[in-house]
Design a protein around this ligand. Structure first.
Ligand code: PLP
Length: 383
């Protein structure tokens, strides 16, 4: 058992999950239909969101949002550089300018203060990230965006089940979730666009399917309404019913998944507290509920006398997978060469980018796997 590869993440797929997808495959209707509609309804119920639109990825949701808001050349979009590259790629492809707010050194999240510093006349949209399963301090961020009249959309890819001051992320505002296989639930690939803005929900629904005036599925005919017309040119970002059925089945298991993640994270924290060359993230200073999407540590590269890449390689030779969430986007080749930012403004982002990695964490992991990971870290640090 000791030598078996321990991945950094693995989806938990039950026989019931598989059966529900098989049922759809036998039903004669594979693409967006009843299952997608039911998944949206259940997702509204779980998060408290007013409107949910199922999509083929979170990236698609971000693309649709930028389109719906008409963001383009001359506009600035504010987001952390400590995020997944997709957000910044889409801002860039839209012809707008990404502006990076620095993060808190110990939660990896933007704060009302770091965002405020970056707001200009040109800021059209703010995209904070709820990082690793904890919520950003979204109350004051929402107030500030409203004061400036700037649209706010929360990247909730890590935040299914996360709570901010008693409310689930998704219950208010506009939030985009991901169902990529490493996320807290999966549909293979998929995403959910949640919003309390009915007009925006209509736009997203239209733009996700060619800009047609009616959704793909028409209840009366059991198919697409043949009379639907293009109201504006749109995309093809709908979620299949096979994927949606898996999503429904997975959503039924989310509280169990997150409970298991929480117990594993607590075990990591307890054991890692004894190692001074490794520091986990800190808890937010406000009331929160954690979804434990990732277990991120910062390596003291001086004490350990190695880079985080070397550390990840050492873990790999011990058959343990380690992730990196994230290498700061502005440090990727294209953005290094095109943006040429002043590193003084992104100190906490760069400091963490050189030190963070994500230890294995997924619901089907055993407590003994945590011990094995911690023992491997100890062995590497004392080498
Ligand atoms: C995974 C992720 C995304 C993108 O999700 P996809 O469904 O893969 O498009 C966006 N932002 C963050 C922070 C993520 O972790």
């Amino acid at each position: 058992m000791k030598n078996k590869f321990l991945p950094f993440s693995k989806p938990s797929i039950s026989d019931a999950d598989i059966e529900t997808v098989c049922d759809v495959m036998r039903s004669g209707w594979l693409t967006t239909g009843k299952q997608a509609a039911l998944f949206e309804k259940q997702f509204c119920k779980y998060t408290g969101a007013a409107h949910c639109v199922a999509l083929c990825s979170a990236t698609a949701g971000m693309h649709l949002l930028l389109s719906a808001l008409g963001i383009g050349p001359g506009d600035e979009v504010l987001t952390p550089s400590m995020t997944w590259v997709s957000t910044v790629n889409l801002i860039t492809l839209a012809g707008a300018t990404p502006v990076f707010a620095d993060i808190d050194r110990d939660t990896l999240m933007v704060t009302p203060e770091t965002i405020e510093k970056c707001v200009t006349e040109k800021t059209r949209l703010i995209i904070p990230v709820h990082f690793a399963g904890a919520p950003a301090d979204i109350g004051p961020i929402r107030d500030m965006a409203a004061t400036h009249g700037i649209f706010l959309a929360e990247d909730a890819a890590h935040a299914l089940g996360t709570k901010y001051k008693g409310d689930k992320i998704g219950a208010a505002g506009t939030c985009i979730f991901s169902f990529h296989p490493i996320k807290n639930i999966t549909t293979g690939e998929g995403g959910m666009f949640c919003t309390d803005n009915a007009g925006l929900a209509d736009s997203i629904r239209r733009l996700k399917f060619h800009g047609l005036g009616a959704d793909a599925y028409d209840r009366a005919t059991g198919g697409r309404s043949p009379t639907a017309e293009v109201l504006e040119p749109g995309f093809k970002y709908n979620l299949t019913d096979m994927a949606a059925a898996l999503g429904i089945s997975q959503l039924n298991r989310i509280d169990d998944f997150n409970g298991k993640r929480k117990a594993l994270a607590a075990r990591y924290r307890k054991q890692l507290a004894k190692l001074d060359a490794v520091t986990p993230l800190f808890d937010p200073p406000y009331d929160y509920g954690h979804a434990w999407h990732l277990f991120v540590i910062r390596l003291d590269i001086d004490k350990a006398n190695m880079s985080v890449d070397d550390f990840i390689d050492e873990m790999k030779t011990r058959n343990i997978g380690v992730g990196r969430h994230f290498k700061a986007v502005h440090l990727h080749k294209f953005y290094r060469e095109t943006l040429r930012l002043d590193p003084e403004n992104l100190k906490n982002t760069e400091w963490n980018s050189m030190r963070i990695c994500s230890l294995p964490l997924f619901p089907d992991m055993e407590p003994e796997d945590v011990d094995r990971v911690v023992n491997a870290i100890k062995e590497i640090l004392t080498k």
